[in-house]
Design a protein around this ligand. Structure first.
Ligand code: SAM
Length: 285
């Protein structure tokens, strides 16, 4: 990460590439016990949150990520009522989950309360459902939460974590998936952000392998654009025991809430993977 003149630049290690924002001002900087959080006002992307120098979200384009982390998995599950979000401290994922009227409980467990408090201040639109009676905000390590939770506690787990370095690293392990498998109902589903199909194919493939060896029968990656993340192209990987390419298409068409990006055609398209990704997965999992 570098700040030169009025540009914030995140370098993408190993690829000789970077993404820059022109900054109007730095709004906040703080080192928490877990990570360094910074908030900037950008010229075009609205506010920008970074953690340890890595871009987490911007006001302008976070809808792509938050909608694709939530609606595909919730419309793949036959009838989700109980949702666990690991990470997601900015509360954008929680807001999307609570748009579904059938959700009865959405628990968010982020290790760092400061991410949520700063999001309330600098991204208030993402926090508008924090006081929904179905929402519970907890602060602690996601790895411990899933270890302590009882069998058959959730229908859907959404892992909205930082990259697999720092406190988020433990959330990309087989031991974590094994606990998720145990605490999900028989028809339960897990989805996790799985980085860039172009830059991080080895990690994505390892996630498929680890999810399957943790006891899940199926894995399925969805892909979507995300301009501010490395390569501009991102993914989420779902796992569970049912066919993950089938979803409640009719319910998507008749949903009673607005989405900015997600619709039934986007969902179908996101399931289509490029040849090089399919081939790599077939050969390596
Ligand atoms: N998806 C975004 C990205 O890839 O840039 C990340 C958004 S969200 C802000 C990520 C959150 O994961 C952070 O708030 C961080 O505190 C949280 N986190 C990291 N490790 C965690 C852990 N072990 N348990 C719970 N939350 C964790």
């Amino acid at each position: 990460m570098s700040l030169e003149g009025n540009w914030f630049t995140e370098e993408h290690l190993g690829t000789g590439s970077a993404f820059s924002f022109r900054i109007r001002q730095k709004l906040h900087e703080e080192q928490t016990p877990y990570q360094k959080i910074e908030i900037f006002e950008t010229e075009k992307f609205g506010n920008l949150m970074t953690i340890d120098g890595f871009v987490m979200l911007t006001s302008w384009d976070n809808f792509l990520y938050h909608e694709m982390m939530t609606h595909p998995v919730l419309f793949t599950h036959p009838a989700p009522h109980r949702v666990l979000i690991i990470g997601g401290g900015d509360c954008g994922t929680l807001r999307e989950v609570l748009k579904h009227p059938d959700i009865r409980l959405a628990q968010q467990v982020d290790i760092d309360e400061r991410v949520t408090r700063l999001s309330e201040q600098y991204f208030p639109e993402l926090c508008e459902s924090n006081h929904d009676p179905r929402a519970e905000l907890h602060f602690g390590d996601g790895i411990k939460w899933v270890k302590d939770a009882g069998t058959d506690s959730y229908d859907v787990i959404i892992v909205d974590s930082t990259d697999p370095i720092g406190p988020g690293e433990v959330l990309f392990t087989k031991a974590f998936y094994q606990n998720c498998h145990r605490i999900l109902a028989e028809d339960g589903l897990l989805v996790q952000q799985s980085e860039s199909p172009l830059y991080h194919l080895e990690l994505l493939t390892r996630m498929h392998k680890d999810m399957r060896s943790a006891g899940f029968a199926k894995t399925q990656t969805l892909n979507f654009p995300q301009p501010v993340y490395p390569s501009g192209w991102w993914s989420a990987t779902m796992t569970g025991n049912a066919n993950l390419s089938a979803f409640r298409q009719r319910d998507v068409e008749t949903k009673t809430f607005d989405t900015h990006y997600y619709n039934q055609r986007i969902h179908s398209g996101a399931l289509a993977l490029p040849n090089f990704v399919e081939k790599h997965l077939q050969e390596n999992i």
